[in-house]
Design a protein around this ligand. Structure first.
Ligand code: SAM
Length: 327
């Protein structure tokens, strides 16, 4: 069995990945479709039987809605492969019972899947255990050092991220992936339809939020296809969308202090119905300094956050920084 089921029993902040189990010659071969579990993972009856055999029940708190629509995972794997060279690695978050993992194993040289729920490890051992290019890592994707994990498990391979994300951490997880400077070229994710609308929104539209601008700083977002709620077991209350982020090599605008810009964006959108000057004051910025910085950045104090493109926030952050530097 070539899979490494790396249980991180000591500290979930630390990965405990060893090189053991990579196969006798250590080779990572693409497309190990020779699975122990012969059933079809999108077949509801088969899935129920598999889960019952392992005494597994779905956890709503962990966002466990597993894909049962057979067309979704192949399309996601193909979207993940697009733009990547022949040999590449995939980081998957939340493999569940391995339905997407199996498709990814067919297109990538190496798949590293991080699953928080320990109860799924024996299930995954059965469904992807014989897949030589899959490595399951038990841990919290919000805590693990993902860049370090990838350096250790898929050294030298260009990286893509692909996941059916747990809904409860969509935005923080995407921000974490982007801010961690993971060397990913693209991030293909299945998210709630409303989350995709927000993440892909254009400035000046009501759908635009703080996360839209934060994501735009790091990546170019595109919507790929819709996925109905009936595509999951159990079905969630909302529909979903598969979207892709193309990670930028350079940010679209220059700013002296990224963190200061993101603080301003959060404050401005924190009270988005207010004018920007009042939202900033509400967010703790002194009124006179806010007025002066807005004027210096060429922004009307009566503008609303959602009307402003990212470059304006960069200019505003620089304007706020200037008196402090000079003084
Ligand atoms: N990929 C599977 C599929 O498409 O059927 C499962 C997707 S399900 C929406 C989300 C998965 O993420 C679950 O397996 C859940 O246990 C896992 N998960 C939830 N929170 C997590 C976290 N913080 N880190 C890693 N995995 C997590």
């Amino acid at each position: 069995q070539n899979i490494i089921l790396t249980e991180n029993n000591i500290d979930e902040d630390q990965t405990a990945v060893s090189g053991e189990g990579n196969g006798a010659d250590g080779a990572m071969e693409k497309g190990g479709r020779d699975f122990m579990y012969a059933g079809n993972l999108t077949d509801v009856g088969g899935m129920r039987e598999l889960l019952a055999r392992h005494g597994f029940s779905f956890s709503k708190a962990l966002g466990q809605n597993f894909l049962i629509n057979p067309s979704v995972c192949p399309r996601m794997a193909e979207a993940c492969r697009e733009g990547m060279p022949e040999r590449f690695a995939v980081l998957e978050i939340g493999p569940g019972i391995g339905v997407l993992t199996r498709e990814l194993a067919g297109v990538a040289e190496k798949v590293v899947s991080v699953e928080l729920d320990r109860r799924l490890l024996p299930v995954l051992a059965e469904t992807v255990g014989e897949c030589s290019n899959v490595e399951i890592v038990q841990g919290d994707a919000m805590k693990l050092d993902l860049a370090e994990l990838i350096r250790r498990t898929a050294p030298g391979l260009p990286l893509a991220v692909c996941a059916n994300l747990p809904y409860y951490i969509t935005s923080p997880l995407l921000m974490r992936l982007l801010e961690s400077r993971l060397p990913a070229r693209s991030i293909t994710v299945l998210v709630q339809k409303e989350a995709a609308e927000r993440l892909c929104a254009r400035p000046g539209t009501r759908a635009c939020g703080a996360v839209t601008l934060a994501v735009e700083y790091y990546a170019r977002a595109e919507r790929l296809f819709a996925v109905s709620r009936g595509s999951f077991l159990p079905p969630p209350k909302v529909d979903s969308t598969v979207m892709r982020l193309w990670v930028r090599e350079e940010p679209p605008c220059l700013v002296e202090d990224e963190a200061a810009m993101f603080r301003l964006i959060r404050a401005a959108f924190g009270q988005r119905r207010k004018t920007i000057v009042n939202a900033l004051v509400g967010g703790g910025y002194p009124k006179e300094a806010a007025r002066a910085a807005l004027t210096a950045a060429g922004i009307s104090p009566s503008a609303r956050a959602e009307e402003l493109p990212l470059e304006r926030f960069a200019a505003l952050a620089d304007a706020f920084g200037r008196p402090a530097r000079n003084g």
